[in-house]
Design a protein around this ligand. Sequence first.
Ligand code: 4AD
Ligand code: MG
Length: 436
Amino acid sequence: MPYPRIRIEDAAHHTGEPVEIAGWLYNLRKSGKIVFPLLRDGTGIMQCVAVKANLDEALFETLKNLTQESALILRGKLRAEQRAPGGYEMDVEGAEIVDRVPESDPYPITPKEHGPDFLMDHRHLWLRSKRQHSVIRVRHEVIKAVRDYFDSHGFTLVDTPIFTPAACEGTTTLFEVNYFDDEKVFLTQSGQLYNEADAMAFGKVYCFGPTFRAEKSKTRRHLTEFWMVEPEMAYATLDDVKQLAEDLIVFVVGRVLENRRTELQALERDISKLETVKAPFPRMSYDDAVKALQARGSEIQWGGDFGGPDETMITEGLDRPLLVDRYPTQVKAFYFEPDPDRPELALGVDVIAPEGYGELIGGGQRIHNLNLLLKRLEEHKLPPEAFNWYIDLRKYGSVPHAGFGMGIERFVAWMCGLEHIRETIPYPRMLYRTRP
Ligand code: 4AD
Ligand code: MG
């Protein structure tokens, strides 16, 4: 009898049929003359039932003594079973062991508790566990949703370089790289400056890729390598960016809820906390945010940037993200357009997630006046030679334009309800971690 190969996530289409599943042994329960191998194949976990009386004796013994994460193919018929993890079970009729893990060198991650450092050192294996698997699938969904959103709203994908000659977000967090012949370049902190050029060519653009920050801070929200999606629009203002940010977030959360419920449940995420993420989001000025924080006991003074605890405090009690706009120019990067009524304020916005997940999005309107830009470059002690091409944009058809950046890992941490951002990326890079 042929056993066509199926994937566990497609089990519902094959009830009652003989099939084979190729995977790895996730766990094994034994009960006298029956063993219950839990088989994972990358798409899910299938509980299988191997009964001694129905199998070749040697094969039954092999299964019974099989070690965790051994590779095997199981063949048998599928049956709906409400109590089984995915709702289906396989009655095993045959098996093929592809690679048996020896007892002498067992799989290092056992069902018992391990500390985060141990697990991170074994990240290449840890990704096989149910929890990590769920997080990465949510990440995939977030990325897919972000791309679908921009692709269906008139944005052109224009990639920006990773090796760059100049800082975008300030010189203190640059990673320097030795290029050829003693030339120094930096790993990009943001594709924004190139996005601005691209927006003048295409109108609405986005870039999406890895970005790098030499942040010496060891927090649960910071990575040194993270993925950012950045839209940029010509003929656009701060208000357009606020609208776009809200719309994007509502769309992506909706997709995650639609397609990744199983994963959210596996992560024990309180889904009701995501279901409230609907437009309109509350909005607040920086001025009012400072007053509200002071009233709640924060030490913040007007003119200072929000720290992580402030971001958590300002969103306390909210059931959706908060938009805070018009920060003091002094705490923001050189490129922000000043508020025409109050030039000490930047036309920028931060979107802060509820539940303590911090800043998801930062962006705003850019300076489009040539002289003001030159003045700012000087104030920030940035070398004008490295910015010649960027300055050109203010000479040849300069228009108001605006955009933002959204950190994918922050977003995924929020979706999954994770304590720490390190689990949201397959191989995290942090202050003290560059391996595996
Ligand atoms: O607010 P940031 O620094 O903004 C920019 O880079 C702009 N140039 C983007 C733009 O307007 N095109 O970073 C944007 C977002 C933050 O809101 C946060 O979600 C994420 O990037 N982010 C980080 N994520 C993880 N680890 C870090 N060290 C991060 N730094 C920023
Ligand atoms: Mg920011």
